[in-house]
Design a protein around this ligand. Structure first.
Ligand code: HEM
Length: 457
């Protein structure tokens, strides 16, 4: 059995200088292999210490039991603030709690159901774009899944497709921004002293300002439509009209712009990464692809599809879930200890960085059976069920769990099924995908696949 691609690990002993160099190139291959077996690893540097925690009890402590004592590290803030301002992704404490009280209701069950027609339309548009290229020549699929995921966000948030002038401009400015600054702020994880100033390049600031200006246009137009009583009933309207149940206040335009920026960023980069890897795994596991295509054909044919269609895509959901295990789009999360702690009989000082790594936890050799194999059926086994509870956190867990988790678990399997119903997918032997961590887990030189239309049965 060929295993899905995994980055090589670095040698055990390297100097700090070598580590920094490797780290800058790619966080995943800069780590030693022992992290796939260790319950905890301490990194000592001249400036600070960080602790990578794989012990499920420690993960539970940091993310679920005492999240207030392990807030988001300020180092994360520094890199992302020009684009994301005071968005829920970056705030801590009372501000964060208030923002979640307003945002969370928009992603609850009933509301999620209402987003189905927009997701379906985005899926159809994606299939149409792919059909125009599906002649068996290699296609770089990450670009396509990014396009599709951005389309889903604009359709569900603002009721506009990606072809809308402002939506399209946000999407293309965003790519420029990523080129100017890889968005996962490496400084957050890098062992650098806090006093070292970190500059944003002029380019980063300029592209961030452009994106924010475009989003402000959309948000102001929506505020006016709400005031005039003719706003569409979508996620933006829901969030902008939901008062904080504790204070009665609603988001002002600036704060809404911050939130839209993070919905766009967190909502499209992650889903695009997961969908691209799922398609790659289908190409490299044709037996699973055939089964998923048959499931799609049996359930997606015919008009008037509704949210309940998703319940029928059981196999596709299992495939998507297994993809998120092997390629968690957010590979690592950083928190900061605010008070002295004892972790596995080791003293952890206040200010230490605590790293939770879905990447390592999901492939932990002492937790998972066949950790590096692709097996969507594993979640039906005792081991798979236990690990799902204890060692599976693609959306994080606890109070700061991804508010878009339900949304992503609807969008991902749906669009995957729509693509597999339409096309047979094969890998391009000369271009294997090599995972690397940018903002999300991507492939070093893209994910290349051949698509050919399936014969109508
Ligand atoms: C496969 C898709 C997705 C994955 C794997 C994912 C994963 C995550 C993870 C791991 C976090 C926690 C990060 C941390 O604490 O450092 C997070 C936070 C967040 N995600 Fe997602 N996400 C996905 C899709 C979405 C979507 C579709 C949306 C919105 C439309 C969204 C909005 C957010 C927001 C706003 C936060 C910040 C929450 C907070 O800090 O309180 N995500 N996501």
């Amino acid at each position: 059995m060929t295993l899905p691609p995994k980055p090589p690990s670095r040698p055990e002993n390297v100097s700090l200088r070598q580590y920094l160099k490797l780290f800058r190139a790619d966080i995943l291959s800069a780590q030693p292999a022992r992290l796939y077996r260790a319950w905890m690893a301490e990194f000592r540097t001249p400036f600070f210490r960080s602790y990578l925690c794989n012990d499920p009890q420690l993960v539970d402590l940091v993310l679920k039991k005492r999240p207030d004592d392990f807030p988001k590290s300020n180092r994360i803030r520094e890199g992302l603030a020009p684009l994301l301002g005071n968005s829920v992704f970056l705030t801590n404490g009372e501000t964060w709690k208030r923002q979640r009280r307003i945002i969370d209701p928009a992603f609850e069950g009933g509301r999620l159901r209402d987003t189905f027609p927009a997701m379906w339309a985005a899926g159809q548009a994606c299939v149409a774009r792919l059909r125009a290229q599906a002649d068996g020549t290699p296609i770089e699929i990450e670009a396509e899944t990014s396009h599709a995921a951005a389309d889903v966000i604009f359709r569900t948030l603002f009721s506009i497709p990606i072809e809308h002038a402002v939506a399209g401009a946000v999407f293309s400015e965003f790519r420029a921004h990523q080129r100017a600054q890889p968005l996962l702020n490496l400084a957050a994880l890098l062992p650098m002293p806090k006093w070292l100033p970190r500059f944003h390049s002029k380019n980063t600031k300029r592209t961030a300002a452009k994106i924010r200006a475009l989003i402000t246009q959309l948000t102001e137009a929506r505020a006016a439509a709400i005031a005039a009583g003719h706003a569409p009933d979508d996620l933006a309207t829901k969030i902008m009209t939901t008062p904080d149940p504790e204070t009665g206040a609603i988001f002002d335009t600036d704060e809404m712009v911050d939130q839209v920026a993070i919905f766009f960023l967190a909502g499209h980069e992650t889903s695009a990464s997961a969908l691209a890897w799922a398609l790659y795994l289908m190409a490299t596991h044709p037996e699973w692809q055939a089964r998923a295509a048959a499931e799609a054909e049996a359930n997606l044919t015919g008009e008037n599809q509704t949210f309940s269609t998703l319940n029928k895509l059981k196999l596709t959901r299992a495939i998507f879930r297994e993809t998120l295990r092997l390629y968690p789009p957010v590979p690592m999360m950083v928190r900061e200890a605010t008070c002295p702690e004892e972790f596995r009989e080791r003293r952890v000082k206040a200010g230490a960085q605590v790293v939770i790594s879905p990447w390592h936890l999901h492939r932990h050799e002492r937790l998972w059976d066949a950790p590096d194999a692709f097996d969507p059926a594993r979640f039906e086994t005792e081991n798979g069920k236990a690990c799902l509870r204890e060692a599976y956190i693609p959306f994080s867990t606890g109070a700061r769990v991804c508010p878009g988790a339900g949304f992503a678990m609807a969008e991902g399997p749906l669009i995957l099924a729509m693509i597999l119903q339409a096309f047979e997918i094969t890998a391009v032997a000369e271009r294997p995908a090599v995972p690397v961590a940018h903002l999300t887990v991507r492939a070093k030189d893209g994910i290349w696949l051949r698509l050919t239309p399936r014969e109508a049965p």
